[in-house]
Design a binder for this molecule. Structure first.
Ligand SMILES: [Zn+2]
Length: 237
């Protein structure tokens, strides 16, 4: 949490000492620093839940929590350095793990950062050990093909079956037919079983979606939209 100390007239960041994962401590501290820089005029106390990176309460708290997360992610994982680390490599949990070590962030936070800027169609799916989806997060290209999976859904039956029969094997990325993670797209699935957090973390990539996306749907950026809208108003000289 971040709180104003009235007597000393300063601000203090504190975190639960029971949290032993360095990545979480760093992210939490950077997140609170973000509140200090961005939001300290609005409140005297910011109490932030542990690793609720995706879920928030009201629209206003959603907005400020999301801003603090964005701040923290860029502070800890500078975009230009991230690009250098992954350039020329096939994306995998191993590569994300290398970046997580480098930035001392959690694997989840690192994967979310990558999904934020990648041109690939990919998503992260976190499920509990009872095989129910806790949350999923899609890259922009994955959102375009409707790859979202809502919380509470079950992990696809064939994936559960595969995991049961390969429980002890180190999971290599495997190709999964259309109809499993997406109705019409083949996927490449990697999974990490986290006993510590009792979660299965899936990295799902849709390698064929990327090509279709480029061919059929050229990206429109904010500048283009502005320019197009401006033409009718004679803004361009
Ligand atoms: Zn917060």
């Amino acid at each position: 949490m971040l709180s104003k100390r009235l007597k000393k007239n300063d601000w203090c960041i504190s975190y639960d000492e029971k949290v032993t994962v360095p990545g979480r401590i760093n992210f939490t501290t950077a997140h609170e620093l973000g509140h200090y820089l961005l939001h300290r005029q609005q409140r005297d106390t910011f109490q932030c839940g542990q690793v609720q990176i995706i879920e928030y309460g009201s629209p206003e708290s959603k907005r400020i929590e999301s801003q603090a997360n964005t701040f923290a992610s860029y502070l800890l994982m500078p975009r230009n350095d991230f690009d250098t680390q992954i350039a020329g490599h096939e994306l995998s949990f191993e590569l994300l793990g290398h970046c997580a070590d480098r930035y001392e962030t959690s694997l989840t936070a690192t994967a979310l950062k990558w999904l934020e800027f990648t041109a690939e169609a990919a998503m992260l799916v976190v499920a509990d050990h009872d095989e129910f989806i806790c949350w999923s997060y899609c890259s922009r290209a994955a959102r375009r093909i409707g790859a979202y999976i809502s919380p509470g859904q079950e992990v696809p039956a064939s994936v559960q079956e595969h995991m049961r029969s390969n429980a002890l094997a180190v999971s290599e990325p495997r190709r999964v037919a259309a109809g499993v993670w997406h109705s019409t797209e083949e996927a490449v699935e990697s999974v990490i079983v986290s006993d510590q957090f009792e979660q299965n973390i899936f990295l799902i990539r849709f390698p064929l979606a990327l090509m279709v996306d480029h061919a059929e749907e050229p990206e429109t950026d904010t500048f283009t939209v502005f320019e197009e809208n401006g033409q009718g108003l004679n803004w361009k000289k």
